[in-house]
Design a binder for this molecule. Structure first.
Ligand code: SF4
Length: 648
């Protein structure tokens, strides 16, 4: 590209539909703040354009679409390729759930509203003021970004268009320039450093072709001469990032009609990358077998806990909202306790969400709850340890049950998934899952998701290992894009030939069980009873466990003496040896018989010789008791389990 540009022009950062409308784009906010700190004289505008579209379409309908990748991509695909409208509409109608707002609105109406609003937005913006427009593209934003770029470039061919984000990391890029000549540059990896250097050069040089190579910025000619070589540069220290700048989003929100106002959620990051995904010497990815979430980063970097707390304090004060969503793929292992301690110290009634690993300890989870963590997504993924091993999660079913119980105890809503149909999973995995499910029913149900193959994920990189015969773009891309594009681009969502038919068959009983679980949990917890379905009240030298059931009477159990102590000790999953060492006065065969009885009654879970108490404490248990304390000597022989009369 050899165009000549006006040095004084501004920079636009744009995020198109379909991110969640109720929060600003963290990518735009972070890059804007960083660019501003490096180039204070350059006007940077962050256009969270998806909010404008959401307001015009109506939030409930926008939200429904934004939750469904294929439906979201279909809308702008139909605008991008109007000649393919019928094929795309067919796909849309096939995938839209009957009775949904989407179905009621219909594809024609949705696309017509979106087209009108998008075209008006593009027409109303004075693009002549801009020298550079950077588009951040994550999940569900591919076709919408391409449509915006196409329309803008038609009218303003001089504008430099850069595109980046997680969708353009990994091996997606090489064909992009020839298929979409409107794109001038691709940012590979995170944007702060490459984009800042680009803006620096553009201040001095008005000719894009004169700009020297910048690691992490790919020009069409670079790809032509170097093949797929992309270069890369990322922040060494996240401490160098200023707090994100969400001013544009909140100004836009204020400008909307009163009926479209809401309290927004603030996205914040405490780290980038994933510590579980260690670099491997073979060149293949480690980490969870299905995961391709960290393609734009190398290694794992964290912010200092003091910086995180100061940022959250600053953002909540500046934007007058207390809802915070931590957008990390995984929280820092070493510093997250300190982060939440500092957040407690803010003395603000935060309402937080975060993704967490199942290995998160009780003390850490407890701190999170005190700091205001109200919702989490745990990397549960499976309730079978053999399957968790195949998924390379580094966790076990018993750990998953433990953290599900802890969330229930702390009142943290756990919205986690169970992956079905993972290639290579077998009847043993299903049998283990069904067994665990029988013990998981007191806790908030998991949501089933069918495995999908992510580009550059470990499974994608090593398909033979998982019994996959071939991998290719998901066929739905072939509906959304013309052949010349779908055959040459590599998309983030891939498909494969393997054992899918077998997988669908073996996982059916699990799907049925989960539906029953969801129904039972909703009914049991919809009643005016404040205690969890399986709950525990401690009476100091005895404890009572109540087991509420949907279609039968509540069963009450009383544990006294050593039985009580063992039950409390197994609040964290314990091996027989640990239990025996803790309670030496209690014969091993008696311990084993007691544990077996508890498992038979679904009051404890056993896996590979480890034992976990399942009842949810009505009040947090004193940590001294959990460590065993001195109760063993006080009640050396008094162990019995008493069934109690039903409650009226
Ligand atoms: S799923 Fe989460 S824990 Fe697993 S590799 Fe991906 S980011 Fe890391």
């Amino acid at each position: 590209m050899t165009g000549t540009y006006n040095k004084t022009k501004e920079v636009a950062l744009i995020s198109t539909p379909w991110p969640l409308y109720n929060r600003p784009s963290i990518q735009l906010g972070t890059i804007k703040a960083y660019l501003h700190s490096k180039h204070p004289e350059v006007e940077i505008h962050a256009d969270h354009v998806f909010l404008k579209i959401a307001a015009s379409l109506g939030y409930p309908l926008y939200h429904e679409i934004s939750e469904r990748t294929w439906l979201a991509e279909a809308v702008y695909a139909a605008l991008l390729y109007p000649q393919r409208f019928d094929v795309i509409e067919k796909l849309f109608n096939r995938l839209a759930k009957s009775g949904s707002l989407i179905k009621k609105a219909g594809f024609k109406k949705i696309t017509s509203v979106i087209k009108k609003t998008t075209d008006t937005l593009i027409a109303d913006c004075n693009w002549k003021n801009y020298q550079l427009a950077g588009f951040s593209v994550s999940l569900c934003q591919l076709t919408s970004t391409l449509y915006f770029i196409k329309r803008i470039k038609q009218k303003f061919p001089q504008l430099i268009i850069a595109i980046g984000g997680s969708t353009f990391s990994g091996s997606t890029t090489p064909e992009l320039f020839s298929l979409f000549p409107e794109v001038d540059l691709v940012v590979n990896g995170e944007g702060e450093l490459p984009f800042s250097r680009l803006v620096g050069y553009l201040k001095a040089s008005v000719n894009l072709s004169e700009i020297p190579p910048i690691p992490g910025i790919i020009k069409a000619e670079t790809v032509k001469s170097n093949g797929a070589s992309m270069g890369f540069q990322q922040m060494k220290n996240l401490g160098d990032l200023p707090p994100p700048d969400f001013d544009d989003y909140f100004e836009l929100l204020k400008s909307l009609a009163p009926r479209n106002m809401f309290f927004a959620t603030l996205p914040v990051e405490t780290s980038r990358g994933c510590w579980w995904q260690r670099p491997s010497t073979s060149g293949k990815s480690s980490g969870c077998a299905f995961c391709n979430l960290n393609l734009q980063w190398e290694g794992y970097r964290t912010k200092d806990p003091a910086q995180v707390a100061a940022e959250i304090d600053y953002l909540t004060a500046r934007y007058q909202t207390l809802a915070v969503s931590i957008v990390d793929n995984v929280l820092p292992r070493r510093t997250s306790k300190e982060i939440f301690q500092k957040l407690i110290g803010l003395e603000k009634d935060l309402r937080m969400f975060s993704e967490i690993r199942a290995t998160t300890s009780w003390p850490e989870l407890n701190l999170m709850a005190q700091a205001g963590m109200q919702e989490v997504q745990i990397g549960i993924e499976a309730l079978s340890t053999s399957l968790l091993t195949k998924l390379h999660k580094g966790t076990t079913a018993i750990q998953n049950l433990e953290i599900m119980r802890d969330c229930e105890a702390l009142g943290i809503a756990n919205y986690s998934n169970l992956i079905l149909h993972f290639p290579g999973s077998d009847e043993q995995d299903v049998a283990e899952t069904l067994r665990s499910l029988a013990f998981a029913v007191p806790y908030r149900p998991l949501k089933t998701v069918s495995f999908w193959l992510g580009l550059d994920s470990p499974v994608w990189q090593n398909p033979e290992f998982y019994g996959i015969k071939s991998v290719f773009n998901h066929p739905n891309w072939g509906c959304l894009f013309p052949k010349k594009v779908s055959n040459r681009m590599r998309f983030m969502i891939q498909a494969y030939r393997g054992d899918l038919g077998y997988q669908r068959k073996i996982w059916r009983p699990v799907e049925d069980k989960i539906k029953t679980w969801q129904k039972t949990y909703t009914e049991l917890n919809g009643r005016p009873v404040e205690s969890p379905t399986l709950n525990l009240s401690d009476g100091r030298d005895f404890l009572i466990i109540r087991q509420r059931n949907l279609n039968s009477e509540t069963i009450n159990h009383r544990l006294v003496g050593t039985s009580r102590l063992i039950y409390l000790f197994c609040r964290h999953h314990r091996s027989i040896k640990r239990i025996r060492d803790r309670f030496p006065a209690f014969a091993e065969d008696k311990i084993i018989a007691f544990l077996k009885m508890m498992v038979d009654k679904k009051l404890m879970f056993e896996e590979n010789g480890r034992n976990l108490s399942l009842a949810v404490p009505v009040k947090p248990i004193d940590s001294k008791i959990l460590k065993g304390g001195s109760y063993e000597r006080t009640h050396p022989h008094g162990s019995k389990i008493f069934p109690m009369p039903e409650r009226p």
